[in-house]
Design a protein around this ligand. Structure first.
Ligand SMILES: C[S@@+](CC[C@H](N)C(=O)[O-])C[C@H]1O[C@@H](n2cnc3c(N)ncnc32)[C@H](O)[C@@H]1O
Length: 315
């Protein structure tokens, strides 16, 4: 994915159209038989190109009517086994094909959003989930929100394993929020005393809302590549972080050229403070080095676009 340097709506729309067009062309060139055969391969391919820090297996792969779509979606259900004593299996529904639907384009334009949350679960989400899982004390008793969560793996893991007080799992794409709702429902018996809420939240549009200045911890992965949304994302982080007492945002993002640096420039300009860390987890670093040295389970791996840095932001 390339970062977009333009700020205008026209640039944003044409960038979205490029992503969607690529997927639509792929769709029209494959027949339905190919599609059914390739469904499992696709979900496997997308999910296995990554750090694979949390074991999972595919439970189901089937065509379903999408609630808010004229198209039918091929959905897959994954079952994650969390490396925590007595943890329940985590169920995650997601789109199985990497093809956009015509309706996606219409939704993207109407809501000024991209469809990257539907394309797949990105490798940084797995890293974020692993990081949260192994540092439960950051979240215990806290009010937490995941921004741009896509299918919401990290938010669900925080909800299931850390004894957080409340976890909001949010995204600005309503189709993605439908999946978040499904995934929250699918795991609702595993949250213990933690309250979990799916939320439609478009960065920069939450002014004066009742969630302003209320979060102890914000988490997000791979949300900094579209430069046109950097300013809005920074404003959202600033407005959601609690003012009284300690609060922080924990983000994982690959550098992607100068995209992350530009985002950090906006963070600085906003008066927030940040730190970045490259070697934040020995296991993630070990796997990264394996890919760099030729482990071919992730073809074309290169650090700039694939390895997420840890960014911590405070007031
Ligand atoms: C690259 S995806 C990352 C999804 C997920 N965190 C992951 O790593 O798999 C970026 C996510 O941010 C969401 N997003 C993009 N622009 C947004 C905006 N302006 N407001 C809220 N969400 C947005 C997209 O819908 C998408 O789910």
């Amino acid at each position: 994915m390339e970062a977009n340097s333009g700020k205008s709506t026209t640039n944003a729309s044409s960038l979205r159209w490029k992503i969607l067009r690529r997927n639509l062309i792929r769709r029209s060139s494959s027949n339905s038989e190919d599609k059914s055969e390739m469904g499992i391969q696709r979900i496997s391919r997308k999910a296995t190109h990554g750090f694979n820090l949390i074991p999972f297996h595919l439970m189901k792969d089937r065509v379903e009517e999408n609630v808010n779509s004229m198209d039918s979606s091929r959905n897959a259900t994954l079952c994650y086994t969390l490396p925590v004593t007595n943890a329940s299996p985590l169920i995650l529904h997601q789109r199985a094909d990497d093809m956009a639907h015509l309706n996606d384009f219409e939704v993207c334009n109407r809501y000024d959003i991209d469809n990257t949350g539907l394309v797949c679960q990105w490798p940084s989400e797995d890293v974020l989930a692993h990081y949260c899982l192994s540092r439960a004390s950051i979240f215990r008793g806290k009010r937490v929100i995941e921004l741009g969560s896509g299918y919401g793996l990290a938010g669900l893991i925080v909800a299931m394993t850390t004894e957080a007080r409340e976890v909001f799992i949010s995204d600005g794409n309503p189709q993605v929020v439908d999946y978040i709702q499904r995934n929250v429902n699918a795991n609702s018996g595993s949250f213990g005393g933690t309250e979990v809420k799916p939320l439609m939240l478009h960065w920069g549009q939450e002014k004066d809302s009742d969630i302003s200045n209320t979060f102890d911890v914000i988490i997000a992965s791979d949300c900094t590549f579209f430069k046109e949304f950097h300013g809005a994302l920074v404003r959202t982080i600033k407005s959601l972080l609690k003012k009284e007492g300690p609060s922080e945002a924990i983000l994982f993002s690959p550098r992607r050229g100068n995209s992350l640096d530009k985002f950090l420039g906006e963070v600085k300009d906003s008066g927030l403070h940040f730190s970045t860390d490259e070697m934040y987890d020995t296991e993630v670093w070990r796997r990264h080095q394996g890919f760099v040295e030729g482990d071919d389970s992730w073809p074309n791996y290169e650090m700039d676009h694939c390895y997420p840095l840890l960014v911590r932001i405070t007031r």
